[in-house]
Design a protein around this ligand. Structure first.
Ligand code: 13P
Length: 250
């Protein structure tokens, strides 16, 4: 398999130290058989990364941040750099999540700078793209996502970057696109990633689907062509549901 499936949990602004028990439970059931078929990572709030490092590593589980600043350090109160996430124990960082784009006005250029920062620090960026409901209803989903890919991926990015397609209207709503719509978007995304990166790199780039993925629909979504894993929100908060999603690959 050229592209090892990746199942990534995005905890968003959820999780206190007590939640480390869930990461411990995930580590316990992430056995060799599942590890052979899929890579699992959790992106808890930054406050928990250093605390989760040991239990996650012991279980072969990776850790990621949810955002990073473009600079390595400096006068940016409240921000966290990619270097800091790496130092805390992360190997991935989500950039350009739609909640960052809408809550913090992040543009494609901002997202591209953050993805470049992640690569500079030795982290793998998970670059998020996705259309709103209005954009889909207007028939603009492909063009919007195409433009986000063009604007948010550093042109010189290596093939190990990850792109996550998360239709905004599917996040936290229980709604998901049809399998045909996912197939169309992921095939299109791979073409656009190739147009952006060139050199045949797109064949190695993992493209995750995100938006209301849960144990009951994971199998259907994960086996769509060009879907190389999932970015999971709500269903990643407990070991039971997160492993339930990942088990689509068993
Ligand atoms: P849900 O899985 O809760 O819909 O969230 C998806 C998401 O935004 C992951 O980044």
């Amino acid at each position: 398999m050229i592209r090892r499936p990746l199942v990534a949990g995005n905890w968003k602004m959820n999780g206190l130290r007590a939640s480390l028990a869930e990461i411990e439970a995930m580590s316990a059931v992430y056995d060799d058989a599942l590890r052979a078929r899929a890579e699992l990572i959790v992106c808890p709030p930054a406050t928990l990364i250093a605390l989760a490092r040991e239990i996650a590593t012991r279980g072969g589980l990776g850790l990621g941040g949810q955002d990073c600043h473009a600079e390595a350090s400096g006068a940016h109160t409240g921000d966290i750099s990619a270097e800091m996430l790496k130092d805390a124990g992360a190997s991935y960082v989500i950039v350009g999540h739609s909640e960052r784009r809408s809550d913090h006005g992040e543009t494609d250029a901002d997202v591209q700078a953050k993805a470049a920062a992640a690569l500079r620090a030795g982290l793998t960026p998970i670059i998020c793209v996705g259309e709103t409901r209005a954009e889909r209803e207007a028939g603009d989903a492909l063009s919007i996502v195409g433009a986000q890919i063009e604007g948010s991926l550093p042109a010189d990015a290596p093939a190990h970057i990850v792109v996550a397609y998360e239709p905004v209207w599917a996040i936290g709503t229980g709604l998901t696109p049809t399998v045909d719509d996912v197939a169309e978007m992921h095939a299109f995304a791979r073409e656009r990633i190739e147009a952006r990166l060139g050199g045949g790199k797109s064949g190695e780039v993992r493209i995750l689907y995100g938006g209301s993925v849960k144990p009951s629909n994971a199998r259907e979504l994960m086996y769509v062509a060009n879907v190389d894993g999932a970015l999971v929100g709500g269903a990643s908060l407990t070991a039971k549901d997160f492993i339930g999603v990942a088990s689509a690959y068993r």
